[in-house]
Structures are given as C-alpha cells and as structure tokens.
Design a protein around this ligand. Structure first.
Ligand code: GLU
Length: 388
C-alpha cells in the first residue's frame, strides 16, 4: 500500500546527496568521471520530465589531498583538510559543470557554512538563491564551505547538510547515494544475518539502534548521521531514500526498482518556520522542565517561566534551545524569548511577577507555542493541539 506510493518518478523536487566514497575512487583518489556522466544523464532525464534536481556533493577534501603532497589516506589536521578542500572544491565544481554541460545543463555552486542555515536571515537568503537557481533552470551543486569552517561551526557531515538543504527548499525527496544500498538490521559487512529494511514509516528508537557504521574510509557520515538526516527530513515532509550510489545511472536504477530504503515523510508536516526551528543543528542552550510543563507542551501550550527547573547555555533572545523532561529526554526545541540572564532570574516564577523581577514589561511566556516544535514525528493527536 504505502510502497506503491513511494516512487521516485512521483517526486517533483529532488535533492541528491553524493558521498566522497561514491564520487572518488578509493584506490586511485581520482574522480569517477564516467559514473558522474551517467548521473548527469539521469538528471537530464528527470529535468526533461519536469522534475527539479539539486545536488549536495562531498569530495572536495578527497580530491584536493591527492593534488598536493598530503597523505592519501588517514586523518588530516584541520588546516590541512581546509587547504585540501580549497584545492579540491575547484576540481569538484568543474567536474559537475562539465558533466552537466554535456547534457545542456548549467551548474550553480553554493558553499554553505552552518550559520547560513542556523541564522534566520541568512537561511532565507540562501533559500532565495537556491530557488532562483532552480527557476533559471540551473542545477545547484551544494557543499559545506570547508575552507573556513572550523569544528565548532561545522555541519561536519554532508548527510545532515543535505537534509537541511532539502527541508529549506521544501524538497519532496532526499536521496542519499551511499556505498550501501539502505538500512540493515545490523551492519551487513560483519553480520551475515543482517536484514535489509525497504520501508521505514517511523524513525523509532529501534531503527536508530540499527544504525551502525558503514565502515568506509572516505565516508564521514556512517549510518548514524543518515538517520539524523532522516529525522530532519521526514519531520519537514520530505521523504528520504538511502540507495547504492556505486552503480552507473544511480537515479534511473532507483526508478527501475533497485534495492534501497525509503523513509516515509510525515504526512502532517510542520510549517516552514517550525521546520527551520526543528532542524537546528546547534542549539545554544538547554532548559529542564517539570512534569507539569511537559504535559502543558504536549497539549499545545506555550512554555511559561514557572515550568522551568534549570537552564544552561549562553543563549541570547531568539536563539534556539532544547527543552528536556525531568529525566533528561529531549521533548522539544524552540526559540526563546529571553536571554540567559533574564531566563535565570524568572525561571520557576509566575508570569505576573516578570515585570517586578526584571524591572520592565516582558512577554508572559518564555517560548511561545508558535516558536516551538515537539520532537520527532508529532503524533497526529498532538499536532492537532499544537496547531491551535
Ligand atoms: N564537505 C566534505 C568534502 O567535500 C565532506 C563531508 C562529508 O563527506 O560528509 O570533502
């Protein structure tokens, strides 16, 4: 039933994430140019059917390190990988531009840093550029701007970057082309009994537990970041596919029924603004609530200062924070209406005491319900309240 709906040919706007292990030959460190041409052929075929395609591609560091004296394998120092990315990104962009040019398509390169999706104004700006590229008939090629991103300000892996891009432009489907053809009950390389899972309707704790490591040297992500990407995507109404990218014509193969795993999009997706809040990779603080506040949130209410037991983090007004239940479980994310000094002063207090404590008029709620998203797939019975 559900599977019959899950067809790539039915998806209008598609983001394809290509990992280094798929694009770069592990033995020679060279770009798999013939493979890339078949991907470009697939993109042209989808475009001729009225589909829009965006690419999120890794490979800058893997390509760049081979063009210098840097060691071909193993971990690089931060400044070495930044230099490798600076060199490799030119080759990467050129390779896509050439392959797409051969099928009469134009590539447009976008390099993002974490702040481009975490700060609302920059997020809207990046979204506008991507939409314009699509309107112009171009194929956006996105990567992290590794040359300037240090570990604190990094997406770190292109799986979550791709999910962030896909939800930012309301894609129907995100395809993670990987060196594995989907999710298994255990890492298949060392578990002969591992079972392939073709359809994931909900990302449950059991599904998360199945995510092992892909064990590929080039791949940054592994299965854990793919599941994290899946959570960002499906909550925002974007379905996700994990498929084997190693084969020629990888997108056509999926259309022809190649083995893969589909993560079904939440049929009740959250709004664009809440999507942005929910996908935040770097929340600035954390609030622990009492049981009453947790119940209130689940019935669609705003968070009042009275329900906060403790808080941590140097957040400013408007920053994204995590909300936890007394047992430490994350239950929601939201944009806080007070900075951490103010929040510390008014936590545990009644809203009508706020003016007296702070010395000025403030809003009665710490986080308004419109600025908050309950974690995971909000079950239908909850989302109805939350929408009130
Ligand atoms: N952005 C990195 C690169 O292009 C790769 C990150 C990843 O593979 O997740 O080399």
């Amino acid at each position: 039933m559900m599977t019959s709906k899950m067809k790539l040919q039915d998806q209008k706007r598609i983001v394809v994430k290509i990992g280094s292990a798929t694009l770069v030959d592990a033995k020679t460190g060279r770009l798999r140019a013939a493979w890339l041409q078949t991907l470009a052929d697939d993109i042209a075929m989808l475009r001729s059917r009225g589909r829009e395609v965006l690419i999120v591609s890794s490979g800058a560091i893997a390509l760049g390190r081979r063009k210098t004296n840097l060691p071909a394998h193993g971990k690089l120092r931060l400044e070495e990988s930044q230099a490798a990315a600076a060199i490799g990104q030119i080759a990467l962009g050129e390779a896509y531009a050439d392959a797409l040019h051969k099928v009469d398509l134009t590539a447009g390169q976008i390099l993002l840093t974490l702040g481009d999706t975490e700060e609302r104004r920059r997020y809207l700006n990046a979204r506008a550029t991507l939409s314009t590229l699509l309107q112009l008939g171009s194929v956006p090629i996105v990567n992290e701007n590794d040359t300037v991103a240090t570990s604190e300000i990094k997406y770190g892996d292109n799986d979550r970057l791709a999910a962030r891009v896909a939800t930012m432009i309301s894609a129907d489907c995100l395809i993670l082309l990987s060196d594995i053809d989907g999710l298994y009950t255990a890492p298949p390389a060392n578990n002969p009994d591992a079972r392939h899972i073709p359809l994931i309707e909900h990302i449950t704790p059991e599904i998360e537990a199945m995510a092992g490591s892909t064990g590929s040297e080039f791949a940054k992500g592994g299965m854990t970041t793919k599941i994290a990407a899946g959570k960002i995507a499906v909550n925002a109404g974007t379905s996700m596919i994990i498929a084997n990218g190693g084969v020629y014509n990888p997108l056509k193969s999926i259309m022809d029924g190649a083995k893969c795993s589909w993560f079904v999009a939440n049929s009740n997706p959250i709004t664009q603004r809440r999507r942005w809040i929910n996908g935040h990779l770097e929340p600035h603080g954390c609030l622990t609530l009492d049981d009453g506040a947790v119940r209130a949130l689940h019935s669609g209410k705003s968070l009042l200062p009275a329900g906060v037991m403790s808080l941590e983090g140097n957040f400013a007004k408007g920053d994204a924070v995590i909300l936890r239940a007394p047992n430490g479980e994350e239950i929601a994310r939201g944009l806080i209406g007070y900075d951490h000094f103010e929040a510390e002063k008014i936590k545990g207090c009644r809203s009508n005491q706020i003016t007296e404590i702070l010395g000025y008029d403030g809003r009665p709620e710490l986080i308004h319900r419109d600025d908050m998203v309950l974690r995971d797939t909000e079950p239908a019975e909850h989302s109805e309240h939350a929408a009130q």
